[in-house]
Design a protein around this ligand. Sequence first.
Ligand SMILES: [Zn+2]
Length: 344
Amino acid sequence: MPQSAAPQSEADPLAGLRRPLFLPVFEPGNPYLTIGEMTAEFGVEGVIVNAFFLYRQRELRRRLPERGIKEHLGFDGLVMTDSGAFQAFRGRLYLRNRDIVRFQDAIGADIASPLDVVTPPGDGFETAEGKLGVTMDRVAEGLRIVKRGTLAGVQQGGRFLRLRHKAAAGLAELGVRYVALGSLVPFFTRNHDLEFAARVIADARAALPPGVPLHLYGAGDPVELPFYTAMGCDVFDSSAFVHYAESDSYMTPFGALEMEQAGRVEFECPCRYCGEGGRPVDRPALVRHNLWTVLDTVEGLRRLRAEGGLDAYLQEVLRVHDRWFPDSALAPSWDRIRRDEGMP
Ligand SMILES: [Zn+2]
């Protein structure tokens, strides 16, 4: 038996929550939604917050450990924090793994993230392997630090399935109780091509003990979530509901439409933000419509996962999506995966 490095909390990080679970990215002070509205209007059960944005504000860095993140946010649900890894990737950032992990644990994050090393698809094998090694060391270090919550074991490995597998197996060996798949966003945002992400998910699911939550970082398009759920993902997080709205993109369960296209398809949204005419009237309403669509999709997936019928739902999504977006890679990529994974 590999020895677990983990003094972390033994409690199930998702206790009491149904899967799949969607964690909207919550940015304090954003112009669209308060956390109170997310809870009261949308029934949001958990959020993801960028710990680095809090940590870099001196006053908060000092005060937050005493007050706690939940009191600070005014939120009782699940709080996962992000480490600033993505900010580190975009520019020089002087931030040590142990400091940001310690901070996340001190402020009472239920799930904390290590400072993993983002690995874009352009990285060659040796670079990706090096970043994987550093990420694994930081996960191991994080496991020795986190005591109150649970540390997410972050998988890297770039575009190499062999490295992805090595990472998943290594995380299982470290005894992580939660796994997040990193650096996959650039793969699935290419015209809904599910192939690489789906293979990574299937491989990780097989390498990890059953029941360990599998989180796909950055997935938040309602047309894709059902497919990742079918492959075995349990948790998603995203700010796409805001970003899509900012570029006038209207989410539907069958794919997002530009607002000007939206009038040309037959689709009636039942949400309360799409009033007369069936479309939101302004950007704040579009943000709400988008968030509602993601959460409603996830609620449907919980039902389908419990009661059966997920495959029929996937077929329905593919049928409509294909009619609306004939050039999309969604259906052809899904066909290849089903064939290769031996799915019905
Ligand atoms: Zn709507």
